[in-house]
Design a protein around this ligand. Structure first.
Ligand code: SAH
Ligand code: SF4
Ligand code: F3S
Length: 473
């Protein structure tokens, strides 16, 4: 069981946080745990032994938000069982569904006590106190199933000004949120509505957090933002304006940080300096997640991506010139309204031309309130499914080919966890592929030279090089 010691003497309670969606939510879930810790909350391993359950939700596709309601149905049943036995269960909905649907959630599932948007997590203690008070009234009157306390404001200041120092280091690796929200308004996407306007944290605060994480043992930092390469810090200083490239170089100077990654970036915001950093900063790992969504100029325009296929292809060339072994990853949407067979062929040709190490692909999902939802030419489900299958087959072949191409190399691997088989550890190559190798648990959190032996569809098998194993011992 993952448990956290509390640092005061109040009665112990337990919180279970279930995280859906992107890495921003993973980071935020850790921060919610940080906020709750001083209230006496340790972490529960499941909802069954929790006093408080937080669902940190994702609104990006219909399927993602519908999952939340089925989970809430199960939690409602658990809550009524608890109440029948004289206890209680507090249910909170956080994240992007909370932001997008607000009190609709309480209407649809009245057992919910708290709805809290991504900008209000520092207010969780107050919301809990209020929910507690309302629930007590509800229990006495046997009326109110949940408390329905709501905070989905976008405050003028940033939540980062209020949150405690982060503690979320997993096996040497930590997320560091540097940017939030998005002003791009792609016509399919809910993020500008759920996360609000683009906001960059001041570089001083980011660097302080990076130093703190390094001092606490982090060797790898992944810089996070919905549009992380739009990062611009605060006002320029004597050394000029802040940018992601400058931030990466500053983080590379922090002792102990051996690996830097960033996600998610937009092709339009890859400036020359950032492209060059891929060639000149050794700590910047040779992996880039660069969503393109479609290979058709017509569809890119309808998506409001503000670039065509050419810009993307030229960008890939520039990146590969800077860092020839760069592994490229991307996101694709098939079946955007109006997508014809010819448009889809353009996407397939772009994929064939670039050669991706890894990629995520989705059927277009019509999201209420986005401009795409109102467009004519919605594509039938069967067409979307066929296109997705064809695209995934090609991307799958490319991922396997990429993995196979690395067999025979000896590379540093950051081990992250034990494998399914006894005596096995699993880690990540510089290109972010998973590697399984026989090795002791004490290698977890360390970077160890590993010979890559065989490439598979989604991972590689490796052998730890004895010399470095002794060095690591
Ligand atoms: N900020 C990132 C991505 C955010 S969402 C970017 O700019 O690319 C992650 C991915 O989900 C997107 O890249 C897109 O491929 C997919 N996605 C977003 N909205 C979607 C929708 N309505 N239907 C299907 N996929 C969607
Ligand atoms: Fe969504 Fe587009 Fe912003 Fe990415 S850039 S978060 S896809 S609106
Ligand atoms: Fe989902 Fe919100 Fe992230 S919609 S993808 S959790 S920003």
């Amino acid at each position: 069981m993952t448990d956290v010691r509390t640092d005061d003497h109040r009665p112990r309670k337990r919180v279970f946080i279930r995280t859906y969606g992107c890495q921003m939510n993973v980071y935020d879930s850790d921060r919610m745990a940080d906020v709750l810790r001083p209230l006496g909350y340790g972490l529960a391993a499941s909802a069954d032994d929790a006093d408080l359950v937080v669902l940190n939700t994702c609104h990006i596709r219909e399927h993602a938000s519908e999952k939340v309601y089925s989970e809430l149905g199960r939690l409602r049943d658990a809550k009524s069982e608890r109440r029948a036995a004289g206890g209680d269960l507090t249910i909170a909905v956080a994240g992007c569904v909370a932001q997008a649907e607000g009190e609709e959630i309480v209407k649809r599932q009245p057992a919910v006590d708290i709805v809290v948007g991504p900008q209000a997590y520092h207010r969780l203690p107050e919301l809990l106190a209020e929910a507690e008070r309302k629930a007590a009234i509800g229990r006495a009157g046997k009326r109110l199933p949940g408390a329905g306390v709501l905070d989905t404001d976008f405050p003028a200041d940033s939540k980062f000004d209020h949150l405690p120092a982060p503690q979320g280091i997993r096996a040497g690796s930590a997320f560091l949120s540097i940017q939030e929200g998005c002003d791009k308004f792609c016509t399919f996407c809910v993020v500008p509505y759920t996360r609000g306007a683009e906001y960059s944290r001041p570089a001083a605060a980011v660097l302080a957090e990076a130093r703190q994480l390094a001092a606490a043992g982090a060797v790898e930092l992944t810089l996070l933002g919905q549009n992380v390469n739009a990062y611009h810090g605060e006002a320029a200083d004597a050394a000029g304006a802040w940018s992601l490239a400058r931030l990466v170089r500053a983080i590379a100077d922090i002792a102990g940080i051996a690996r830097i990654r960033y996600t998610t970036s937009h092709p339009r915001d890859m400036d020359d300096d950032l492209v060059a950093a891929h060639g000149s900063v050794p700590q910047l790992m040779p992996y880039l997640h660069l969503p393109v969504q479609s290979g058709s100029d017509r569809i890119l325009e309808a998506m409001n991506r503000r670039h065509g296929r050419d810009l993307f292809l030229r960008l890939v060339d520039r990146l590969r010139a800077a860092r020839p072994d760069l592994a490229l990853s991307s996101d694709f949407i098939v079946g955007f309204p109006g997508e014809t067979d010819a448009d889809f062929d353009d996407t397939m040709r772009l994929v064939a031309e670039v050669g991706f190490a890894q990629a995520y692909s989705f059927k277009y999902s019509r999201r209420p309130g986005t401009p795409g939802a109102a467009l004519d030419g919605q594509v039938p489900e069967a067409v979307k499914s066929a296109r997705l299958a064809a695209l995934q087959a090609l991307l799958g072949q490319q991922a396997r080919a990429f993995n196979e191409s690395k067999a025979g190399l000896t590379v540093p691997v950051l081990f992250a966890e034990t494998g399914r088989k006894p005596g096995q550890v699993v880690g990540k190559t510089p290109w972010l592929q998973s590697v399984h190798a026989d090795g002791p648990e004490r290698l977890i959190g360390r970077i160890v030279e590993t010979r890559l032996v065989t490439g598979h569809a989604n991972s590689l098998t490796g052998e730890i090089v004895t010399r470095s194993l002794e060095a690591a011992a």
